[in-house]
Design a protein around this ligand. Structure first.
Ligand SMILES: [Zn+2]
Length: 178
């Protein structure tokens, strides 16, 4: 009997190629961070989901990301009394504006104080603060999404429309959404 070489697809035990296994290989679904699932909170506008997803992928065009595309740009954040370089982390979590907004909601929701690091961390942290499926759980899962969305809108109003923004506006809008 003659043994002939043949092609085998290693992602299936049968050795046969399937588009499903190829798709799973490309999208890396098994390694996806849990935060990517947690952002899909019910009753939230799709544009906010998409923005949260872009933020998880670090693809929101803050000044540092624009500079990273070899586009010369002098960065000056519009969220602090003493402007600094606008990075994604600075705008959404570390700057004066973000700090005031997060502090308000941490206190209002009686969430234990924590040092915010990344959006992935924030999404998972707020999700864990209440039991899954409860009304409070739904609320706490949604707040980080509304906060980053409203911070982004406020940043754009300040940057492109020269409006005087404030943490109060963001807090008001987030409270109106939830
Ligand atoms: Zn700033």
């Amino acid at each position: 009997m003659q043994n002939r070489d043949c092609r085998r697809w290693l992602l299936n035990t049968s050795g046969d190629f399937t588009t499903k296994s190829a798709f799973n290989l490309i999208r890396h679904s098994k390694n996806a961070d849990k935060a990517f699932k947690l952002i899909w909170v019910a009753h939230i506008l799709k544009k906010i989901y998409v923005f949260a997803w872009k933020l998880l992928c670090s693809s929101v065009p803050t000044d540092d990301r624009v500079q990273g595309c070899n586009i010369p740009l002098t960065s000056k954040c519009c969220c602090c009394a003493s402007p600094k370089t606008e990075t994604l982390e600075h705008l959404f979590f570390e700057g004066d504006l973000a700090n005031r907004v997060w502090s308000f909601f941490i206190q209002a929701c009686d969430v234990a104080w924590f040092r915010i690091h990344t959006f992935k961390f924030v999404v998972k942290f707020w999700y864990r603060q209440a039991s899954k499926g409860s009304q409070k759980g739904l609320l706490l899962s949604a707040i980080p999404l509304f906060v980053v969305w409203e911070v982004w809108l406020e940043r754009n109003r300040k940057k492109f429309e020269n409006c005087l923004g404030s943490a109060f506006n963001i807090i008001f809008e987030v409270r109106r959404c939830v």
